[in-house]
Structures are given as structure tokens and as C-alpha cells.
Design a protein around this ligand. Structure first.
Ligand SMILES: [Zn+2]
Length: 312
């Protein structure tokens, strides 16, 4: 009798077995699902996340996958009035680099040139916040590069949920813009990413300008369509505004970039101020780096110097 009892006990699993197995399983699951920051971010960025262009027909730069962690910068109180509006007196070229937030090493190159460059950041870009912090820390103007609905069906297919669309209500437009600002800290102004459809619509543009006024943002019309009414509505809304005059890299062939730059120089001579938009393509950055070694320093202006200021 005693013998058979002992046998029965032997068949039972030891009491520690289940807690031990549970512990091992928990550790395994934790290792598998625990987010690894750098891998997580990098894996999030696929080729389909890289922005498309309306005016820019070339493929954008590759996303850099060897990105160090974001630099830590303490939050600062933004004084929106730190810049002076000198549009009527200023002459020169103001450079805006669009579509920032995908490639921080490329941005680091731009910020190291020692000239004023406005950094226009796409809110849904994986490194939007880091890019804004880097640009702000180095004294450059930060802009929200707000995605807006394009007209071209090919580009419309690639819209994501960060785009302002023509069928949105004012409340929705404002919510989207607020989300955009949250993702791009330190933004002093805004310009449109794509938007050939939306910028031709007076009502949503009036809502955008009202938002800019409420948040003390300037607006630059990227002019992705000749039908854009954005500048007119910005001006009539009493905003500080500007309009893109030259796209530097519609084609990234060296000679085409050179010709675009020459037309920007002519435009600056003829009209006083010229807002030029480029993109962080290696070809564009190579060209600008070479160009900046022999451009007159006073030729390059802070973008806020070349904006139109409301009268009165
Ligand atoms: Zn863009």
C-alpha cells in the first residue's frame, strides 16, 4: 500500500516545475516583443514611406538606416517674435529644404553649411521630431511641411493619413494641422508638401491661413500648381507669407541644378528676394556645398527676411 502511494507521488511533476516554465516562457516572450528602438524605427521606414513629389520627378534619396539615436534637447519656450520682418528691404536668396525627416545625416550636412536654411519637415516622417530639434538647436528656421491633396491621380494613390484633403471639414483640417505641429516642434511657419489640388481650393486654404494666424505661423506657398490660390488667400488673411520662386532640383542633373541656381540669382537681382526650394537629394546637397564656397555670404538670407508682411 505504502509502496503504491510512493509510486503515485513519483509520477506527479515537482511543484516548482510550472512556475519555472512560466518564468522561462515570460522571459522568452519579453525578449521577442520588447521594442528595440533603433531597429523599430528603421524597420518602420520602407521605400513606400518616402515622400513622393509633384514637381520633383526623380526618386528621393534613400532612407539612411544607420541612424544614431536622437539628441536630447531640453524643451524651450518658443518666442515667435524673435525674427524680424524685413521683407520689403531684404535682397537675396532664401533656401528652404523640403521633405526633411527621413535622413538625418543629410540634414546634418545642410545644418553644417553655416548659411541660413529653412528646414521644412514632413510631420509623418520617422525622424520629424529629431530633425526639428537639430534644426532649432543650430539656429535654423523650422517649418511644418504639411502634406496636402495633389491633383495627379498617380500621387493621390500614395496619400497617407497625414494629408489635408479637399473633402475635410474645417474642424478636421485644424485637427490635422495641430497634429502636424505636435510632430514638428519649434515650427515658425508652414509650406505645402504636394497640394496641387488643395491649394487651388479657396475655402480649405482660408481655413489653413486662419490656423496659421491663430498659431502665429507664416505661410509659404510651395506653388506646386499654377492654379494655387494659397498666396492670395494668405495675403488677404493678413498673414506673413511668401511664395516659392524656384525649384532647385526638379531634375537632379548637375547642369539642371546649376541652371536653376542661376535663375534664382537672376530672380534675386530682379525682384529683391527669391525663395528657393530644394530637397535633400545627394546631388542637390553636393551642388549646394560647392556653390556655398563661392557665394557671397550676404546673398543668403533667412527665409523670414524675404516674407511679405501685412501692412498696418
Ligand atoms: Zn514636399
Amino acid at each position: 500500500m505504502r509502496k503504491s502511494k510512493r509510486k503515485t507521488r513519483k509520477k506527479q511533476h515537482p511543484r516548482w516545475l510550472y512556475p519555472a516554465l512560466f518564468g522561462i516562457l515570460t522571459v522568452l516572450v519579453a525578449v521577442l516583443i520588447w521594442p528595440n528602438d533603433s531597429q523599430y524605427d528603421v524597420n518602420k521606414v520602407t521605400q513606400s514611406d518616402v515622400p513622393v513629389y509633384e514637381d520633383i520627378q526623380v526618386a528621393p534619396s534613400q532612407v539612411d538606416v544607420h541612424e544614431p539615436k536622437a539628441i536630447a534637447i531640453p524643451p524651450q519656450v518658443i518666442d515667435k517674435k524673435i525674427y524680424q520682418y524685413n521683407a520689403l528691404k531684404a535682397h537675396g536668396i532664401a533656401l528652404v529644404i523640403d521633405d526633411v525627416g527621413y535622413n538625418l545625416p543629410a540634414l546634418r550636412r545642410v545644418l553644417g553649411w553655416g548659411i541660413p536654411v529653412a528646414i521644412a519637415i514632413i510631420p509623418n516622417a520617422p525622424y520629424a521630431k529629431e530633425a526639428a530639434e537639430m534644426a532649432h538647436k543650430t539656429g535654423h528656421v523650422v517649418m511644418l511641411h504639411m502634406p496636402m491633396e495633389p491633383a495627379n491621380p498617380h500621387y493621390r494613390e500614395r496619400m497617407d493619413d497625414s494629408f489635408l484633403r479637399g473633402d475635410m471639414s474645417e474642424g478636421m483640417v485644424r485637427t490635422m494641422l495641430r497634429h502636424g505641429l505636435e510632430k514638428v516642434p519649434y515650427a515658425q511657419g508652414m509650406n505645402n508638401h504636394m497640394g496641387s489640388f488643395l491649394t487651388s481650393m479657396p475655402e480649405p486654404m482660408a481655413w489653413v491661413m486662419k490656423f496659421c494666424q491663430d498659431y502665429q505661423l507664416f505661410f509659404i506657398d510651395s506653388k506646386t500648381s499654377s492654379k494655387s490660390v494659397a498666396s492670395d488667400i494668405a495675403a488677404s488673411s493678413g498673414l506673413t507669407w511668401g511664395s516659392r520662386r524656384v525649384f532647385l532640383d526638379n531634375s537632379v542633373k548637375e547642369d539642371d541644378i546649376k541652371q536653376a541656381w542661376l535663375s534664382a540669382e537672376r530672380c534675386a537681382k530682379r525682384q529683391g528676394g527669391c525663395i528657393v526650394i530644394g530637397h535633400p537629394h545627394p546631388e542637390t546637397l553636393d551642388f549646394l556645398e560647392r556653390q556655398m564656397t563661392h557665394v557671397k555670404p550676404k546673398m543668403m538670407r533667412v527665409v523670414t527676411d524675404l516674407l511679405h508682411v501685412p501692412q498696418g
